[in-house]
Write a protein that binds this ligand. Structure first.
Ligand code: GLN
Length: 456
């Protein structure tokens, strides 16, 4: 009840939800009845979870922030949702996002603009801005987002919460509406590293409904969360941390740089050894990402043809039905991505764009591998700036894309990364949060969570 009250009070200012469930109290009451009957309730009983609206939830709208899916109610739950529900957690509602996850501010939602709880004149980040704002404002306990190029980590940084992007394949993508299938992962938001880790434990693991999900055993990530009082004064002794040089170059706000350097000295106090490490192909990540993500999206989004789901235009001829349904259903950012992606994949341009971007992707994977053979964890800012004003970059897509520089490389390499608050810069009434990004080796979420927990 207290969460629902808080939601009601804050939602008119924030608009983080596209849909709020009317079943939350009923579901909580049925857990109470189970307790009265001495029945076992799951370990997450009663935990309220916000779910990004590009993740399918049974009997609830799932629109991906797009008019093309307005009123669509999937007949099934995404595997991640099904898993946390089985442990007793409750879906509180569906959170706002940039249409199909394409954007960095949540302004590209077809339905509403979400505000940043730290300063409502600013963006919450994106594309999972609704999920980040909801946790930040205490509208739910934890939330799910999706991260194709930073959509969990950058909004976590802008909203001052913890965001966890798992290794590609750690969490099933079944029921996540595809944006760029080789990059998409479902990730977790929490107000602490432990909360995000508990949610990860709940949703991870092999799923026969997603051929790219990994069969590796899922460790109990929660075993990392020992009381920090039990640790000695140098609990991270021996841990080697590499600070990615290219991420502190020009283009990063001075306040962000000093917050990250502050985090570096804190890590040193905890016993880590720190050195700078260079990833020479780092700056190539941005163009490669935007070519690959747009190419994959142009193919994935061809399923929205007005016949099978959602928005259907009236037309007396099949091609006109497809064309009109897509023309009226998709927003401008999505159309631009489909055009860019189709161009990049077309005969005559394929070698110059798509193929070349794939080669860059291999280079990036290799340079991360070399660095992570030497260092336990790599660190960087989560974004080059703190949250900016609503509208500031809306009409300048290149400036908005440039803000993804810190995060896209990690998706191209398929690695896990954790973002957690590490300080503030000036702005708003009380300062704006800054996020630190920690990048680990594939399937080494355990180490990220342990270090993150001790750090915070
Ligand atoms: N901002 C990036 C994009 O627009 C990343 C989005 C995401 O991770 N879904 O593609």
């Amino acid at each position: 009840e207290s969460y629902l009250t808080r939601l009601k009070l804050t939602e008119p200012h924030l608009k983080s939800f596209l849909h709020v469930s009317d079943q939350v109290l009923n579901e909580a009451q049925s857990l109470d009845h189970q307790i009265e009957r001495n029945e076992n309730i799951g370990p997450l009983a009663g935990v309220l979870v916000g779910v990004k609206d590009n993740i399918c939830t049974m009997d609830m709208p799932s629109t991906a922030g797009s008019k093309v899916l307005e009123n669509y109610r999937p007949p099934f739950d995404a595997t991640a949702v099904k898993r946390f529900k089985e442990l007793g957690a409750i879906v509180v509602g569906k959170t706002n996002l940039d249409e199909f996850g394409m954007g960095s501010t949540t302004e590209a939602s077809a339905f509403q603009v979400t505000a940043n709880p730290w300063d409502v004149s600013r963006v919450p980040g994106g594309s999972s801005g609704g999920s980040a704002a909801a946790v930040s404002a205490g509208q739910c306990v934890v939330s799910l987002g999706s991260d194709t190029g930073g959509s969990v980590r950058q909004p976590a940084s802008f909203c001052g919460v913890v965001g966890l992007k798992p290794t590609y394949g750690r969490v099933s993508r079944y029921g996540l509406m595809a944006y760029a299938s080789s990059l998409d992962v479902i990730g977790c938001f929490g107000s602490s590293v432990a909360d995000a880790g508990i949610l990860l434990t709940a949703i991870s693991g092999y799923d026969r409904l997603d051929a790219t999900s990994s069969k590796r055993e899922v460790p109990d990530y929660t075993s990392q969360f020992i009381s920090t009082e039990l640790l000695d004064s140098k609990p991270l002794k021996g841990l080697k941390i590499g600070l990615i040089r290219e991420t502190l170059d020009n283009g990063v706000d001075i306040g962000i740089k000093s917050a990250v350097l502050g985090a570096v000295s804190h890590l040193e106090e905890l016993g880590c050894t720190l050195s700078e490490v260079s990833l020479p192909s780092f700056s190539l990540g941005l163009p490669a990402y935007y070519i690959l993500a747009s190419s994959e999206s142009s193919s994935n989004l061809s399923r929205y043809d007005g016949v099978r789901y959602g928005n259907q235009a009236t037309a007396d001829e099949l091609n006109a039905l497809y064309g009109d349904s897509r023309a009226t259903g998709f927003g401008p950012e999505v159309k631009m991505r489909i055009l860019m992606g189709t161009y990049g994949l077309s005969a005559g341009y394929y070698d110059a764009y798509y193929k070349r971007a794939q080669q860059v992707r291999t280079l990036i994977q290799k340079s991360f591998k070399t660095a992570l053979d030497e260092y336990d964890i790599l660190i960087s800012p989560a974004a080059p700036s703190a949250a900016y004003k609503i509208g500031e970059k809306k009409n300048d897509p290149l400036a908005m894309y440039a803000g993804d520089i810190m995060t896209v490389n990690v998706n191209l390499a398929g690695l896990p990364a954790l973002v957690l608050p590490c300080g503030f810069v000036e702005g708003g009434a009380a300062g704006l949060p800054v996020g630190l990004q920690m990048i680990g080796a594939a399937f080494d979420e355990e180490k990220l969570l342990r270090v993150g927990h001790i750090f915070e």
